[in-house]
Design a protein around this ligand. Structure first.
Ligand code: ADP
Length: 468
């Protein structure tokens, strides 16, 4: 099959969160199964664009209402990512240093979707599937099946994968003029709760809908930021497919970003060396358990509770535990996490910002990774932690529920039910006690490193979904 993935992010070209990791891995594994999977994404002004070679495959003009824009599509020459990568250049709109966060994000991603479809529509053959990811590409299923200009594509099945239903990209009907012409009778396929809603439209118009874990699909029927009823009514065409992780990028025995590489045999000495590395940079005590949080500092991740949770834990276990945070997000949470440093020097530190290399080092060096998420469509951090022998402490929600089972139930992680200071605090107590029992901890580390979360299974599940 020929599969075209359309996405705003793709690792290592442009990454903000888990979406990038998925789109950077799934196509590679689909190709290995004998299919032809490609990625089409915006050309941002990022390092990858300057450090690689490209050839032009398309040069044309697009239209967004009254505005004409020029489009060039470039193919990365070497296929080094394991799939064909196509970057859509739209000067003035896409060539900026950040992926999201501009006042005209609507126009940027709308133009990207129009440009991608204009190009694909001109191919001599048709792809077998157009696979859209999240709301940034959510208007594609509607445009493929309704806009006159794309009539050739209306027989091609489209798929939307929901990586996060909290973000839907709603905008007003005053922007209806951006759409290439279509029969206005079909405007209801764009609408949800009085606005044009790209994610809702994709759920209505796509041939298949998928979520990034089975539990998340179930949860969306009761909690989906306003889309509950729609998702419940489209359940028959929906599937929950648990993400994998790219076990080539995330492999402690080959990871060039670590202080020391390690495998099952060298697990203890390897983790120790990585712990010492980060502890010396962040002024922590390598002889004490190291707890960490890595991720976006936003409400979904339970981040605003972290300062209080850590304050209690650091007081309860004064001098007996370390905590290191890597993340960025809400300014108030960042500030409160920074302020904690004064009271707990030598046992607590933060890195506010984004740092890919440091994230690898922390997964390798930490003892416990906290994920007290309120919403977690799949979550990748817990799977990276497992692969690097770090015990996850997670709330039983979404993909966390599908990937981590509690030690008390014969599993290998520490699970709690609520995103509350009390529940997470209790989980930290349990982790502290586990750390004191080094024999049990070593057994668990060995076990979790062997768990298989590779993409092989998930890549096949996507292929099955396209075909049935
Ligand atoms: P989400 O997509 O909701 O942010 P996921 O768990 O699916 O959460 O994916 C998060 C990804 O982003 C992981 O690869 C994680 O390591 C990475 N990440 C998040 N914040 C940072 C950060 N500040 N520095 C480095 N990597 C980060």
């Amino acid at each position: 099959m020929e599969i075209v993935h359309l996405s705003a992010e793709c690792y290592p070209v442009a990454k903000v969160g888990g979406l990038a990791d998925v789109v950077g891995a799934l196509p590679k594994y689909q190709n290995r199964l004998g299919h032809i999977a490609k990625v089409v994404m915006p050309a941002y002004d990022l390092k990858f664009m300057h450090e690689n070679e490209f050839e032009e495959v398309y040069d044309g003009w697009g239209k967004l209402g009254n505005r004409d824009f020029s489009v060039r599509i470039l193919r990365e020459k070497t296929n080094k990512l394991g799939f064909d990568l196509f970057l859509v250049q739209i000067p003035g709109l896409l060539n900026r240093p950040k992926v999201y966060g501009y006042a005209d994000d609507l126009e940027r991603f709308f133009a990207f979707q129009v440009a991608a479809l204009d190009w694909i529509e001109q191919w001599e053959h048709k792809p077998d599937v157009i696979h859209c990811h999240d709301y940034h590409t959510g208007l594609v299923p509607f445009m493929m099946s309704n806009c006159v200009r794309y009539w050739k594509l209306n027989v091609v099945p489209s798929v939307i994968t929901i990586h996060n239903a909290e973000y839907q990209g709603q905008f007003g009907f005053d922007k209806l003029q951006y759409f290439p012409s279509y029969d206005p009778w079909h405007s209801n396929k764009l609408e949800w709760a009085g606005a044009i809603n790209p994610l809702a439209s994709a759920i209505k118009c796509a041939w298949r809908v998928s979520t990034v874990s089975p539990s998340y699909l179930e949860e969306l029927s009761h909690k989906a930021n306003g889309l509950e009823a729609l998702l419940a009514s489209e359940k028959r065409k929906s599937r929950g497919i648990l993400n994998g992780i790219d076990t080539e990028v995330w492999d402690p025995s080959t990871d060039p970003m670590l202080y020391k590489k390690f495998n099952l045999k060298t697990l203890e000495s390897g983790k120790r060396a990585n712990k010492q590395g980060i502890c010396s940079v962040f002024n922590l005590d390598p002889d004490k358990p190291l707890f960490t949080f890595i991720g976006r500092l936003v409400g979904e991740k339970g981040a605003e509770l972290l300062p209080e949770i850590f304050y209690h834990a650091l007081n309860t276990y004064r001098g007996e535990i370390n905590i290191l945070i890597l993340g960025s997000g809400e300014a108030d949470v960042e500030r409160r996490l920074e302020e904690l440093k004064d009271g707990f020097k030598g046992n607590y530190n933060t890195y506010i910002g984004y740092n890919e290399q440091l994230s690898h080092q922390i997964y390798a060096g930490a003892d416990f990774l906290l994920m007290p998420s309120r919403v977690e469509p799949c979550g990748l951090n817990q799977m990276y932690a497992l692969r690097y022998g770090t015990v996850p402490i997670v709330r039983r929600i979404g993909g966390l529920r599908d990937t981590v089972s509690d030690i008390g139930d014969g599993g290998f992680g520490i699970c709690h039910d609520q995103t509350t200071v009390w529940d997470v605090g209790h989980a930290i107590d349990r982790a502290y006690n586990l750390y004191k029992n080094q024999k049990a901890l070593k057994e668990i580390r060995k076990f979790i490193m062997k768990l298989d979360h590779s993409w092989d299974r998930a890549a096949q599940e996507y292929i099955d979904m396209y075909q049935i």
